[in-house]
Design a protein around this ligand. Sequence first.
Ligand SMILES: *[C@@H]1O[C@H](CO)[C@@H](O)[C@H](O)[C@H]1NC(C)=O
Ligand SMILES: *[C@@H]1O[C@H](CO)[C@@H](O)[C@H](O)[C@H]1NC(C)=O
Ligand SMILES: *[C@@H]1O[C@H](CO)[C@@H](O)[C@H](O)[C@H]1NC(C)=O
Ligand SMILES: *[C@@H]1O[C@H](CO)[C@@H](O)[C@H](O)[C@H]1NC(C)=O
Ligand SMILES: *[C@@H]1O[C@H](CO)[C@@H](O)[C@H](O)[C@H]1NC(C)=O
Ligand SMILES: *[C@@H]1O[C@H](CO)[C@@H](O)[C@H](O)[C@H]1NC(C)=O
Ligand SMILES: *[C@@H]1O[C@H](CO)[C@@H](O)[C@H](O)[C@H]1NC(C)=O
Ligand SMILES: *[C@@H]1O[C@H](CO)[C@@H](O)[C@H](O)[C@H]1NC(C)=O
Ligand SMILES: *[C@@H]1O[C@H](CO)[C@@H](O)[C@H](O)[C@H]1NC(C)=O
Ligand SMILES: *[C@@H]1O[C@H](CO)[C@@H](O)[C@H](O)[C@H]1NC(C)=O
Ligand SMILES: [Zn+2]
Length: 457
Amino acid sequence: TFNMKLLVILLFSGLIPACRGSNSSYSLPPKLLLVSFDGFRADYLQNYEFPHLQNFIKEGVLVEHVKNVFITKTFPNHYSIVTGLYEESHGIVANSMYDVITKKYFSDFNDRDPFWWNEAVPIWVTNELQENRSSAAAMWPGTDIPIHNTTPSYFMNYSSSVSFKERLNNITMWLSNSNPPVTFAALYWEEPDASGHKYGPEDKENMRRVLKEIDDLIGDLVHKLKMLGLWENLNVIITSDHGMTQCSKERLINLDICLNRSDYTLIDLTPVAAILPKINKTEVYNKLKNCSSHMNVYLKEDIPARFHYQHNDRIQPIILVADEGWTIVLNNSSLKLGDHGYDNSLSSMHPFLAAHGPAFHKGYKQCTIDSVDIYPMMCHILGLKPHPNNGTFGHIQCLLVDQWCIRLPEAIGIVFGVLLILTILTCLFIIMQNRLSAPQPFSRLQLQEDDDDPLID
Ligand SMILES: *[C@@H]1O[C@H](CO)[C@@H](O)[C@H](O)[C@H]1NC(C)=O
Ligand SMILES: *[C@@H]1O[C@H](CO)[C@@H](O)[C@H](O)[C@H]1NC(C)=O
Ligand SMILES: *[C@@H]1O[C@H](CO)[C@@H](O)[C@H](O)[C@H]1NC(C)=O
Ligand SMILES: *[C@@H]1O[C@H](CO)[C@@H](O)[C@H](O)[C@H]1NC(C)=O
Ligand SMILES: *[C@@H]1O[C@H](CO)[C@@H](O)[C@H](O)[C@H]1NC(C)=O
Ligand SMILES: *[C@@H]1O[C@H](CO)[C@@H](O)[C@H](O)[C@H]1NC(C)=O
Ligand SMILES: *[C@@H]1O[C@H](CO)[C@@H](O)[C@H](O)[C@H]1NC(C)=O
Ligand SMILES: *[C@@H]1O[C@H](CO)[C@@H](O)[C@H](O)[C@H]1NC(C)=O
Ligand SMILES: *[C@@H]1O[C@H](CO)[C@@H](O)[C@H](O)[C@H]1NC(C)=O
Ligand SMILES: *[C@@H]1O[C@H](CO)[C@@H](O)[C@H](O)[C@H]1NC(C)=O
Ligand SMILES: [Zn+2]
C-alpha cells in the first residue's frame, strides 16, 4: 500500500546519503550536459515522430510544457534557463536592447560587452569557481563572454557555421578528459528555430524533414555518449528556449500608419515592439493606443505583473505586444512565416524538457514546470549553492530520484480513499447498530408484512 511505501521511503531516506561515500558510481562528481535545440515547440513532440528522443524519454523524464519567460525570445530565455531569473532580473530583456544611461546598444550581432550579462551569474560561472571543477560550452548564448570576468574553461566563440557534429565532438571530448573535470557543459543548436521562421510551423512537410534531422542529431548525441562511456553517469537535459507560431501577410500591424518615425526610436520591432519616444510620451502612447485591435499597448508602468517585465532600465517606456500570429511591421519590413516572442501564457510559445541520467527517474512524465525552475534543479544535481532566483525547487522535485514527492492527483486520491473508507465504516457501524437494536425475533415478519423497505427510513 502507499502508506507502507511512504514508511519505507522515510526509513531509508536517512540511509541513502551514507551510501554515497562508498566507491559506487555515486562517489564520482555529478556531471550535467544541458542541450538546447532552439525553437523546439512543445507539441512538435506529439505531432511528429522522434524515435531517438522518445527512447531517451522512455528511460528518463519528460515535462510536456515548460512555461518560459516573457518576452519569448532566444537570448532572454536562454539566460533565464541558466540563471533562474525573470528577464527584468537578469537584464537580457530582448535580442535587441538599448540602455539609456550608458547609451549602449545590444543585438545578436553585438552581444560581447559583459555589461549586458553582469546583472546575473549564470550556472557555468558558479560551477567554474568551485574547486576542482570546470565548465564547457558550445555556443550557448553568453558562454563566450567573460561574465564577472569568468568564461567556461572550455568554450567556442559563437559561429553559426560550426556544425552540430563539431560542437558535439568538442563538448564530449571536454567532458571525457579534462582536469579538473568538466562537470557542467552546455550545447546549443540553431534548429528547428531557423526553419520554423522560414517555413512556419504549419508547413508539415518541411517541418517533418527538419524535425527528423533534429531527432537524428539526438541519436548521434546518445550514440557518442555511449561510445565514450559517458552515458551511464552523465545527466543530460534536452530542452529549448521557446516555441513558434504561424504568421501571415494577412496579419500585419503597420506602425508607420500610426506614428511618424521622427517621433520615436525603435529599439525592437516584433512581436514585442520597444518604443523610446522622442516627443511627449503621452502623445506617442495616445497615437499607438488605437493603432490596432490586434496588439496591446503598455506604458512601462502598466505592463501586467504576470509578465515580470518591468523593473529594468533596459525595458523601454512603451511596449507593444502583438496578438498571437500577428506581426508588427514598418512600411518596408519583411515578414517571417513563423515567429515567437509573444505572450508566454500561449502554449505555442512553450518548449518541452526531457532529461536522462542517474539524477532522474525513469519513465516519469509531468505536465508542466516554469523555465526558471530548471536552474535550482541543475544546482541541486551539481551540488552548487544557487544564487537568489525566481525558480521553485518543489516544482521539479518529482523528476529527481533523491527526492520524494506527493503528486497532486495521488494526494487527492489518498484523501478521497481515506474519506471513502471512513464513510463505509461509519455506514456499516450505523447499520450494525440498527440491526442490533431492532427487535430480533420479529424482524423477518416485519419485513414480509411491510410494503416499505425499512432500511430506507
Ligand atoms: C575506493 O577507491 C579507492 C581509490 O579510488 C581505493 O583505495 C579503495 O580501496 C576503494 N575502496 C573500496 C571499498 O573499494
Ligand atoms: C581537489 O583535488 C585535489 C587533488 O586531486 C585534492 O587534494 C583536493 O582535496 C580536492 N579538493 C576538493 C574540494 O575536492
Ligand atoms: C574568441 O575570440 C576572441 C576575440 O575575437 C579571441 O581573443 C579568443 O581567443 C577567441 N576564443 C576562442 C576560444 O576561440
Ligand atoms: C574542436 O576541436 C578541434 C580539435 O581539438 C579543434 O581543432 C577545433 O578548432 C575545435 N572547434 C571549435 C569550434 O572550437
Ligand atoms: C513627421 O515629422 C516630421 C518632423 O516633425 C515632419 O517634417 C513630417 O512631415 C512628419 N511626417 C508625417 C507623415 O506626418
Ligand atoms: C504630455 O502631453 C500631455 C497631454 O497631451 C500633457 O498633459 C503633459 O503635460 C505633457 N508632458 C510633457 C512633459 O510635456
Ligand atoms: C480609441 O478607441 C476607443 C474604443 O475603441 C474609442 O472610444 C476612442 O474614441 C478611440 N480614440 C481615438 C483617439 O481614436
Ligand atoms: C508608409 O506608407 C504610407 C502609405 O503607403 C505612407 O503614407 C507613408 O509616408 C510611408 N511612411 C514611410 C516612413 O515610408
Ligand atoms: C526600413 O527603412 C528604415 C528607414 O529607411 C531602415 O532603417 C530599416 O533598416 C528598413 N528596414 C528594413 C527591414 O528594410
Ligand atoms: C526574482 O528573483 C530576484 C532575485 O532573488 C528578486 O530580486 C526578484 O524580486 C524576484 N522577482 C519576483 C517577481 O519575485
Ligand atoms: Zn530561439
